[in-house]
Design a protein around this ligand. Structure first.
Ligand code: NAD
Length: 491
């Protein structure tokens, strides 16, 4: 059993039961973690609140040194973290190598950004005044994290939160808590007790007490829209700062000028990385009608050639889905689409040659339309539904025909189409010929039902500050516009 991390110590806290963590590729139990309680959340928040009083006063350059040390320690333990991540989350080893690299790079990035500036000096309204804006940490930030990139999505919150001077209580996903707890052992041990705390458990039992806690002024949450709505409803009476990164239904538009072979490989990567369990997965593909037939066939051939398997096997292209109920949801969307006239060109079945693990063969669907759930709601699985479009007006209308607004991709070398696309498509990230890349110096986040939070870049640090405007009259003389008004008029 791997204990929780509260106030600098490993503990089972008040938990009386455990949660089993399962390897999705083998269905074997990897380990157990405590089934945390509201009492554990309270202990962790109290520790974080106490630690905040000191942590916020530590000079930024010293905090930067500690964050660089977190990064260096993660790098030093990369091999074991990558292996454990592959076992608990399931995606291929190579994708976990990237996740661990990006994770420690995030700490390096925010270590430096956090000491760069903390506000601005503004022109005063009067010669005797000094006016400035200070950015201040909120206090104890609750970080509630999903399972699909457990370390990376944690780092995108934790690194800027700490760099800004906040302390943190982390609630990892109940499916993937092991790598997060391992970070506490190998990378957080030099931080003052209480600065980072990890409470494992289920959402309603630990996430909700964290959201409701009166000493937690900010919740940074990545996860589904439904959970985001629940958190928002709990937090609304307390007017907490909410930072939301929710679901998506990202479109990819294929213009007529593409090299089909390149576009096919790009679409497959964008839709199937992490078995399609990425918030920015391409979940809708719109192909110009002149290419539709050829593109669909070549994509089906390419997708059919990908290798499914355990992520620890270096030959594996696509790993398992996380759990059976997520696989069943995807199968249900495919079945509903087929009942309404869609055709499966390849995949969509459980591979008989892999008797264990929650595998689903990546699928390519044609004859789909926007009445189908598979084109409207988040799928979060290895499925690429393709629709033809006549002209670029229609492509943009289809891309925007969604409740979500996370990312959107276009494949073309036509600059006029590029300009229209990034101006007219409502999404937080636009990728041109370059799907699903990140650049940590720029913001990442969504619009519409995806929530308006931003991670990464200066914007991702500013989310963890609240601002204060200071007006200071250095001379402190009586003002001519103060009371009494009658006397002023007489003058
Ligand atoms: P989820 O909403 O089920 O769970 C996310 C976290 O919230 C988990 O830690 C869970 O235990 C916790 N939680 C659940 N119920 C809660 C409650 N009532 N109160 C407080 N916390 C609660 O999401 P998931 O299945 O872990 O992740 C997949 C979802 O996350 C997808 O919708 C995906 O699009 C989204 N996601 C978004 C981004 C982004 O940056 N926009 C990135 C990754 C994943």
């Amino acid at each position: 059993m791997k204990p929780m991390f509260i106030n600098g110590r490993f503990t089972t806290g008040a938990a009386r039961e455990t949660i089993s963590v399962i390897n999705p590729a083998t269905e074997e139990i990897l380990d157990e973690v405590p089934r945390g309680t509201a009492e554990d959340i309270n202990t962790a928040v109290t520790a974080a609140k106490t630690a905040f009083a000191t942590w916020k006063r530590i000079p930024a350059w010293e905090r930067a040194g500690m964050l660089h040390e977190v990064a260096n320690k993660i790098q030093a333990h990369a091999a074991e973290l990558i292996r454990l991540l592959t076992q608990e989350e399931g995606k291929p080893f190579v994708e976990n190598e990237e996740e661990v690299f990006w994770t420690y790079d995030t700490f390096h990035y925010y270590a430096e950004l956090g000491r760069h500036e903390r506000g601005r000096f503004i022109p005063p309204g009067d010669p005797d005044q000094i006016n400035f804006v200070i950015k201040e940490p909120y206090g104890v930030v609750g970080c509630i994290v999903p399972w699909n990139y457990p370390l990376l999505l944690l780092a995108w919150k934790l690194a800027p939160a700490l760099a800004a001077g906040n302390t943190v209580v982390i609630k990892p996903s109940e499916y993937t808590p092991l790598t997060t707890l391992r970070l506490a052992a190998v990378a957080f041990d030099h931080l003052p007790p209480g600065v980072v705390n990890i409470v494992t458990g289920y959402g309603p039992e630990t996430g909700e007490p964290l959201v409701r806690h009166p000493d937690v002024p900010m919740i940074a949450f990545t996860g589904s829209v439904a959970t985001g709505q629940r958190i928002a409803s709990l937090a609304a009476p307390m007017m907490k700062k909410l930072h939301f990164e929710l679901g998506g239904k990202d479109p990819m538009v294929i213009a007529p000028d593409v090299v089909v072979e390149t576009a096919v490989a790009g679409v497959a990567y964008a839709g199937l990385i992490n078995a399609g369990q990425v918030c920015t997965s391409t979940e809708r593909v719109y192909v110009h009608e002149s290419l539709y037939g050829r593109f669909s066939e070549e994509l089906a051939d390419f997708v059919g050639s990908l290798r499914l398997g355990n992520g620890l096997d270096p030959q594996t292209d696509v790993g398992p889905m996380l759990r059976n109920h997520f696989r069943e949801k995807v199968e249900g969307q495919i079945a509903e689409a087929v009942n309404s006239g869609a055709q499966v060109l390849v995949g969509g079945k459980r591979p008989s040659y892999l008797p264990h693990g929650f595998f689903l063969e990546p699928a390519v669907l044609i004859n789909v339309n926007h009445d189908m759930t598979i084109m409207r709601e988040e799928t979060f699985g290895p499925v690429l539904p393709i629709m033809p479009y006549r002209d670029f007006d229609e492509a943009i209308q289809l891309a925007n025909d969604t409740q979500f607004g996370l990312g959107a991709s276009l494949m073309t070398h036509d600059a006029r189409l590029v300009k229209r696309f990034f101006e007219e498509v409502k999404a937080g990230t636009i990728w041109i010929n370059d799907p699903l890349t990140d650049n940590f110096a720029g913001p990442f986040g969504g619009m519409k039902m995806t929530g308006g939070g931003r991670e990464l870049g200066q914007e991702g640090l500013d989310e963890f500050y609240e601002v204060k405007h200071v007006h200071w009259d250095v001379e402190g003389k009586r003002k001519p516009y103060w009371y009494p008004y009658g006397q002023k008029t007489a003058e």
